[in-house]
Design a protein around this ligand. Structure first.
Ligand code: FAD
Ligand code: EPU
Length: 338
């Protein structure tokens, strides 16, 4: 376990927006049994512990008055198997995309639509990662971890995780209180695919719908659409797609009849934030070192020299313009830290 003081998190490995950030302490743990010294440090210093993975969905401040805690365990083990399914236990430190590639290679199917999402397995349940018609909660059986107050281990069933669109209990009641150490996934041993997402379906040739074809199509779509954070610092979609009531939708459609709408359960409607931002003429708009990507309107990029305040200012500007023009308030997807 490493306990290094004043950790510089500006590197893109720790923070894909490449924001200047120094944390008070970094604790790298290999499992729940290692967490006690970090809890003792937190109690003695009065500073909180802050779980972090690869930093691909965070907006960090110049000084993070916390101890960053990261799980290094990248083990993958088979918990149980039937003729047509397998349950895997995966360490929180496993790279998400490596898990997707390796499960596919081993003939365990389901995660292909979620290929190339940056980050580690431990963060995946936090916002219930989703892409191209699939969400993580379709595969999660249980999430295991440890209380960052008592050091007690705890396991949550998928239901207890309260998964929703880009949301879970880990963003609410358990925020900064629980360190995820392992996630259990149930995958299919029988090839199954979901090609309902229109952009995915139209990028596959007729009849081409094997899990490998889906994986490759998703990788190609993502490479074409999203700026690569290794080259252009970014955190993926910067805003969630807003979910509106019928009344809110009617108000928006009165202003913009052509806005793309995706019905979701219970008389609710998801609208495309990218479309609204593009319609407002914001792609390419900059505030100092932070800009709205010209490649994808929902992505905020930096030039590698930005601070949190630059990103906050640009995000506020986008929210103000979109609200003023379309009456819709955009909510940031990555977490801003104080
Ligand atoms: P971090 O950014 O380090 O942390 C994110 C949050 O999770 C923080 O609140 C942190 O406290 C918490 N956390 C991290 N690890 C733990 C742990 N072990 N225990 C408890 N809490 C923890 N997301 C999607 O859903 N779909 C996409 O298609 C998608 N595309 C992206 C494309 C790009 C180019 C980028 C840069 C990001 C994209 N994202 C997407 C967002 C991001 O990849 C995911 O949110 C990912 O799960 C974050 O993983 P991370 O390890 O980087 O987490
Ligand atoms: N669009 C534009 N302009 C653009 C880009 C998109 O108008 O520059 C419109 C188009 O109408 C397009 C629609 O937006 O059809 C949807 O675009 P896309 O398929 O790229 O989806 P998205 O809403 O921008 C969401 C997720 C992504 C996920 C993709 C694929 C959110 C906030 N974002 O993006 O997740 O990869 O769908 O499923 O839900 C992330 O969370 O970081 C992320 C990248």
């Amino acid at each position: 376990m490493g306990n290094l003081q004043d950790q510089d998190l500006s590197s893109r490995i720790a923070n894909t927006l490449a924001l200047r950030c120094v944390a008070h302490r970094l604790f790298e743990v290999s499992g729940v049994e290692d967490v006690r010294p970090a809890i003792d440090w937190s109690q003695a210093s009065g500073l909180p512990l802050c779980p972090l993975g690869a930093g691909s969905n965070v907006v960090l401040p110049p000084e993070l008055a916390a101890g960053v805690i990261t799980v290094r365990d990248d083990s993958v083990s088979v918990l149980s198997e039937t003729a047509d399914s397998v349950t895997l236990r995966v360490g929180a430190g496993k790279g998400w995309h490596s898990l997707v590639s390796e499960t596919l290679q081993n003939g365990f199917y389901g995660l292909e639509n979620l290929a190339l999402i940056p980050g580690l397995v431990g963060a995946a349940p936090v916002q219930n990662i989703g892409a191209y018609g699939r969400e993580l909660n379709e595969f999660v059986v249980a999430v295991h971890g440890v209380s960052l107050h008592s050091g007690e281990p705890r396991s949550l069933s998928s239901e207890e995780c309260e998964f929703a669109y880009r949301d879970s209990v880990f963003k609410h009641d358990l925020r900064d209180k629980f360190l995820i150490s392992h996630v259990d996934f149930c995958l299919s041993k029988v090839p199954v695919v979901n090609v309902e997402y229109p952009a995915l379906r139209s990028s596959l040739a007729d009849g081409e719908n094997s899990p490998t074809a889906v994986f490759e199509a998703v990788v190609a779509l993502r490479r074409e659409r999203l700026p690569n954070p290794d080259e252009i610092p970014n955190a993926g979609s910067f805003f969630k797609n807003p979910i509106l009531s019928r009344k809110q939708l009617e108000k928006l459609q009165f202003i913009e009849p052509e806005v793309p709408v995706y019905p979701v359960a219970g008389e609710q409607f998801k609208v495309s934030a990218a479309w609204l931002i593009e319609r407002a003429g914001l792609p390419g708009f900059s505030k100092g070192p932070a800009s709205i990507s010209e490649q994808h309107a929902l992505v905020l990029v930096t030039n590698g020299k930005a601070y949190q305040a630059d990103v906050r200012e640009l995000a506020k500007h986008v929210q103000g313009v979109v609200k003023g023009r379309f009456t819709v308030m955009l909510e940031p997807e990555p977490r801003f830290y104080d």
